[in-house]
Design a protein around this ligand. Structure first.
Ligand code: F55
Length: 838
């Protein structure tokens, strides 16, 4: 029975008094949770108890919106975006939810009245580091924008028990520690114990002909794991839309459906608890370098299978027909990590739902779209066919069949062009056959995109050239973006208030409105206010640097920031070579005028990436020498800030004057840190790589410090036979710096420490560090010169922020919605959630 309007009103009023947003209600809610959830009272409650109580109070306020959103998606004839990603680098939830709900100030009042400081409680949160870097963080920004734009969406992924490792620095070396983020519980997730799916792994396939003479396959698994859904509500900014991030945890099944698996040897299939739980245990800490391990393939298949089973269940439960799956869901593959979904969809359609092959392939191709995030050959995922077969025997058969039919089509279209056929083949030929996941993703998707204009162009010219030749209509570019809620409002509240005081708050949802700041760029008093905020943020960071590293830095010096994963192509060593050159200039001429600078590095190295770890050791070793040398007189300082994660990034970006975006042209697909830093008023020194190109176009060449070879010049140099040793011999500053590293100047006279790094630079240098050194150093001189003119710098900084509208993830998501997903906003109204659906 439908309740009357009057009842609804009273229930809503009751709900409003319970989950209202005023300071008094919030305070009462915190105390209630403290008491009823934790069995604590103020006299004995710890800060963590308060953090938990406050988080539950906030979650209560998300839930009305979440339930209303889920209800709407289930009832409405509305397509849902399904984002499949092996990584989500979310960062802490509490402060973000306070901002999106619009109750930051009220919660501050509530916590003050409880004798608590809101910042302390926010700092208690263990961030969910379920990603490595850019790709995982992009997925998190996109979840924020999807909700803010009121787009129905579900993010699917893995609930890793251990996220990205915590980094510590001991004797200058990176040390890894496990990230036990769930240790104290996670108030943001809701376990749906009843929502689980069985996932088969290993075993073999039986073939038989059924009574209708149909050829059938029966996959007898070696083991079965169960995926349990853990849901995290993702609220948009000042809207009722609250989407779901559904992460799967692997467990041992207690029992399983004997009907499905009753053909034979199933006794061993109900596996060991530990083996099953291992699948969602730990995030692989590699970025841009694949690890061809069985467990990794199991992880990928596990979460993709759960997610597709879930989508199909939702679709069918609404009376949808399996043939029209793509009317309900559009599935975006975040790189090739979930590309096995193409084969799994075929298996579900053909083996489970008994759809004819051709129709199944048509449904699959209408459902999937694929985003590529890298051109680096070592990152392209392939699986040894034998290994693949041992984990997914039925999928190997399905891929072979997809490939057979697909290559038939290619043969007809290309008149049997053998080169094209072998490059497009999903399975490589040769004695060791490999399954190429990018080819599977391309073949099974209706859309393929890169993540910045240059990257998308290079994709069409290089790794996906042959795909582009045959299917140009599938290709597009979707330049990355970042959410201004987390990366400005939350991490830089002072700058945000200053901006809003001039142009109102509209920019938070419509970042193009930042152009309103341009009219103040020449205004000396605004410039002054702008630089005061920057100085405040630098002072805050300086305090943290002192606490964390014992290094004292001067907030009036240039804060030159190089923060991102450590990788040869990102060229942290180019930066440190410049630092050494500056240091030598001071040593040679102690009275030379040097604009004081603090070089701040942060980032994790993949634990197995020897040269990246050596780069960290080199940075810390140079820091040890430069920071102590009395001749330097504190004019340059070098800091390695440990454990770069979302929380630390939020502290570093607002304090940056200079943003180092110095990858070898053509290697960084997009970059997103470049956007966050520019939005916070940092000036970029960078190459024409990834989204730098577009950032420079937007902020103006005069507000961007450009250096280095272009992508074409890099290619040309390589084809001419690049010899790094020539550059070493030709540039005395470069030679001296390298000789010093080699001689042990920075390593207590033990020159052997850095030999692998030096050899790689002098004799290979695949990322053209030495070729770009001279132009980098020259541009850094222009940076220093510009900083001396405070007004000019302030103007450039303001114009950088003012022109960053394009790089909001809201813009990216709108582009995906319009061009690929064909999904529009579906605003959610708060309804009486007690009311039963008829
Ligand atoms: C993680 C695991 C594997 Cl196996 C391979 C790559 C990664 C990964 O983290 N990649 C990654 O972060 N790529 C980055 O994606 C960003 C978002 O599109 C880009 O901005 C950045 O250029 C790219 O390197």
């Amino acid at each position: 029975m439908k309740s009357s309007t009057k009842d609804t009103e009273s229930i809503l009023t009751r709900e409003e008094t319970r989950t209202g947003l005023g300071p008094e209600t919030l305070k009462r809610a915190i105390l209630n949770h403290l008491f009823y959830n934790q069995g604590k009272f103020p006299e004995i409650a710890t800060r963590n108890d308060y953090y938990m109580a406050m988080s539950f109070a906030v979650r209560d306020r998300l839930l009305q919106r979440w339930v209303a959103s889920v209800k709407k998606y289930l009832n409405a004839d509305q397509k849902i975006v399904s984002y499949l990603s092996a990584e989500y680098l979310l960062g802490p939830h509490l402060a973000n939810n306070l901002i999106n709900l619009g109750i930051y100030e009220n919660m501050e009042k509530a916590s003050n009245s409880l004798g608590m400081n809101l910042d302390w409680l926010i700092a208690k949160e263990q961030e969910p580091g379920l990603g490595n870097g850019g790709l995982g963080r992009l997925a998190a920004c996109y979840m924020d924008s999807l909700a803010t734009l009121e787009i129905p969406a579900i993010g699917y992924g893995i609930r890793y028990q251990f996220g990205i490792f915590e980094q510590d620095i001991k004797d200058g070396w990176q040390i890894e520690d496990t990230d036990n983020w769930l240790r104290r519980g996670n108030p943001w997730e809701i376990a749906k114990r009843e929502l689980g799916y069985d996932v088969k792994l290993g075993g073999y396939v039986q073939h038989y002909t059924d009574i209708n003479g149909k050829f059938k396959a029966n996959w007898i698994p070696g083991m079965i794991v169960k995926g349990i859904a853990y849901d995290t509500p993702i609220l948009g900014y000042r809207v009722n839309t609250c989407n779901t991030l559904r992460l799967w945890k692997s467990e041992a099944p207690k029992s399983f459906d004997f009907q499905t698996f009753n053909q034979g040897l199933y006794s061993g299939a109900v596996s060991d608890k530990t083996v099953c739980e291992n699948i969602s245990k730990v995030l692989y800490p590699n970025d841009e370098q694949r690890e061809g391990k069985i467990l990794r393939l199991q992880q990928q298949y596990f979460f993709v299978s759960c997610s597709l089973q879930d989508m199909i269940a939702i679709h069918l439960s609404q009376g949808g027909k399996i043939e029209r799956f793509y009317d309900k869901f559009v599935v975006q593959l975040n790189d090739t990590h979930p590309a096995i979904g193409v084969a799994e969809m075929m298996r579900l359609l053909v083996d489970v739902y008994e759809v004819e092959w051709d129709l199944a392939w048509d449904i699959t191709k209408k459902s999937f779209a694929y985003t590529n995030h890298t051109l680096l050959p070592e990152a392209l995922e392939t699986w040894d066919q034998d290994l693949f077969q041992s984990v997914l025997p039925r999928h190997l058969e399905i891929i072979q069949e997809i490939n057979r039919r697909f290559l038939d089509e290619v043969t007809i279209r290309t008149y049997g062009d053998q080169d094209l056929i072998s490059s497009l083949s999903i399975i490589s030929d040769g004695p060791w056959k490999k399954i190429r996941m990018a080819n599977l993703a391309c073949a099974g998707s209706f859309a393929i995109n890169g993540v910045a204009a240059l990257h998308s162009e290079l994709l069409k010219k290089t790794v996906l050239k042959d795909w582009y030749q045959l299917w140009p209509e599938k290709f597009s570019n979707k330049t990355n973006g970042v959410t201004p809620r987390r990366w400005m409002v939350l991490s830089n509240p002072k700058l945000s208030s200053l901006i809003s005081s001039k142009i109102g708050e509209g920019w938070i949802k419509n970042l193009d409105e930042l152009t309103g700041l341009e009219q103040y760029a020449d205004d000396p008093s605004f410039q002054q206010e702008w630089m005061v905020v920057k100085h405040e943020m630098k002072k805050d960071l300086a305090k943290r640097i002192l606490q964390r590293t014992k290094i004292k830095v001067d907030p009036s010096s240039i804060f030159d920031v190089h923060v991102k994963r450590i990788h040869e192509y990102k060229r942290q060593h180019l930066n440190i070579l410049h630092v050494i050159a500056l240091y030598n200039r001071i040593k040679q001429n102690p009275d030379a005028e040097v604009v004081p600078r603090t070089f701040i590095f942060a980032g994790k190295a993949a634990p197995g990436y020897h040269l990246a770890k050596l780069m960290i050791k080199l940075i810390t070793s140079v820091a040890d020498v430069v920071n102590q040398d009395p001749i330097v007189k504190d004019r340059i300082k070098v800091v390695f800030y440990p454990n770069y994660n979302v929380t630390n990034a939020q502290r570093i970006y607002p304090a940056a004057d200079v943003s180092e975006q110095i990858s070898t042209a053509g290697k960084e697909a997009s970059g997103t840190g470049n956007m966050k830093l520019s939005m916070n008023g940092a000036l970029t020194i960078g190459t024409l790589d990834g989204a730098n190109v577009e950032i420079r176009d937007c902020v103006g060449a005069e507000n961007f410090f450009l250096f280095g070879l272009t992508e074409e010049e890099v290619q040309q140099k390589k084809s001419e036979g690049y010899n790094p040793f020539d550059y070493y011999m030709a540039n005395p500053e470069l030679k001296l710096a390298i000789d010093q590293i080699n001689s042990g100047y920075f390593s207590h006279m033990n020159g052997s420490v850095f030999k692998d790094l030096i050899n790689s630079l002098l004799y290979h240098d695949q990322y053209l560090v030495l070729a770009d050194f001279e132009s980098y150093v020259a541009e850094q001189e222009r940076v220093a010169e510009a900083y001396k003119d405070k007004q000019r710098w302030a103007k450039m900084s303001i114009l950088n922020a003012a022109r960053m509208g394009k790089f909001s993830s809201d813009r990216s998501i709108k582009d995906y919605c319009d061009d690929i997903w064909k999904v529009g906003p579906s605003p959610v109204e708060l309804v009486d959630f007690h009311q039963k659906t008829q």
